[in-house]
Design a protein around this ligand. Structure first.
Ligand SMILES: Nc1nc2c(ncn2[C@@H]2O[C@H](COP(=O)(O)OP(=O)(O)OP(=O)(O)O)[C@@H](O)[C@H]2O)c(=O)[nH]1
Length: 329
């Protein structure tokens, strides 16, 4: 007698899918910043010192984040981009679902290179907003900015504050400072964030999103001690009363409400203050966590959140029931 499980029946009917998610990540950055070391650290948990710099490779690995199985296809792009013609770089960019932009905190040039690479990502991944004028574009792809080699503080050439500022200017999803050499957990946190932001971005591609989506499953992203991560809620469109971003240092998660203050101030405030209301649970998904900016048609890429001071923007909240394709951007 053939026994058919309810699940397999649903699969046959197409109502249930046990498909594993595949997330295509491209790791980009100047040569020598530690891209290969980071990818290999994530996959094998080991730090391996030297690699062939000309090797461009896709690594595949399966892991579980937030109780979901995910397959990572990770393209470790060679940093010697002058040898890579623009066409293949751009087609690689088009291939990816998410990006990790890596620089070394000991190398200012690698930091500046991230701006150029982010421009290329924007150029190749932007999509025209539905129903909008021809100049309005949106980027539904998470880009994570990572400063590596924090184990070399004596050689530091890029300050933490500069990294924070750049991540906002480039409208990245979040920012980490890590040491691939020292901490496998910091590397895993980077990939966990890639997964979380990608999940949110692909779940609601046409809606503004909130950090509550990112942290929906099991609380907040809390990198291990020694790592520093910065989240810009504005990159996910979250705000009801102002721009909110989250600085995560060790196990403390701190919230600051307005980006118009100087980044130095942000850093010192954040470092010095205690745990904030990030400890309280986010409101439920069904609540009004969407925002609609008053002048979306004027937006050009990059989103004006990083160009205009917050005080120039008027924001109003909208109910989830009123979200429709016209509300997307
Ligand atoms: N001190 C320190 N060195 C690191 C760290 N991560 C990588 N390195 C070293 O940096 C050098 C370059 O690392 P790779 O992983 O080959 O850099 P890459 O970005 O892949 O370079 P290309 O393959 O040329 O694009 C190697 O000597 C690594 O051992 C780190 O966190 N700290």
């Amino acid at each position: 007698m053939n026994a058919t499980s309810p699940k397999s029946s649903l699969v046959k009917l197409g109502l249930h899918t046990n498909k594993q998610k595949t997330l295509k990540v491209m790791v980009l950055g100047q040569s020598g910043v530690g891209k290969t070391a980071m990818v290999v650290r994530f996959i094998t948990r080991r730090f391996i010192g030297e690699y062939d710099p000309n090797l461009e490779k896709i690594y595949t690995c399966q892991t579980t984040f937030d109780k979901e199985q995910v397959q990572f296809d990770i393209l470790d792009a060679t940093g010697q981009l002058h040898e890579l013609d623009g066409v293949s770089l751009e087609s690689n960019i088009r291939w990816a679902d998410a990006f990790i932009l890596v620089y070394s905190i000991t190398d200012k040039c690698s930091f500046d290179e991230c701006s150029r690479l982010k421009f290329l990502i924007n150029y190749n991944k932007r999509r025209r907003k539905l129903g909008s004028a021809s100049k309005d574009y949106t980027l539904d792809i998470p880009v994570i900015l990572v400063g590596n080699k924090t184990d070399q503080p004596g050689d530091r050439m890029v300050l933490l504050e500069e990294g924070q500022r750049r991540f906002r200017e480039l409208s990245c999803a979040c920012f980490h400072e890590i040491s691939v050499r020292e901490s496998v957990e910091q590397v895993q946190n980077v990939f966990r964030d890639v997964f979380r932001f990608w999940r949110v971005f692909s779940k609601f591609p046409k809606l503004k999103r909130s950090t509550s989506d990112v942290a929906a499953n099991d609380g907040f992203v809390t990198p291990d001690s020694g790592s520093c991560s910065f989240y810009d809620a504005s990159s996910l469109g979250h705000s009801s009363s102002g721009r909110r971003s989250f600085l995560v240092i060790g196990s403390d998660c701190l919230e600051e409400s307005d980006h118009t203050e100087s980044t130095d101030e942000i850093a010192s405030n954040s470092f010095g203050s205690s745990r904030s209301d990030m400890d309280t649970p986010f409101r439920s998904r069904a609540s009004t966590d969407g925002t609609l900016l008053s002048r979306p048609r004027r937006w050009r890429y990059p989103p004006p959140g990083c160009l205009l001071p917050h005080s120039n923007r008027v924001e109003r909240r909208m109910s989830i029931s009123t979200r429709g394709s016209n509300a997307s951007y």
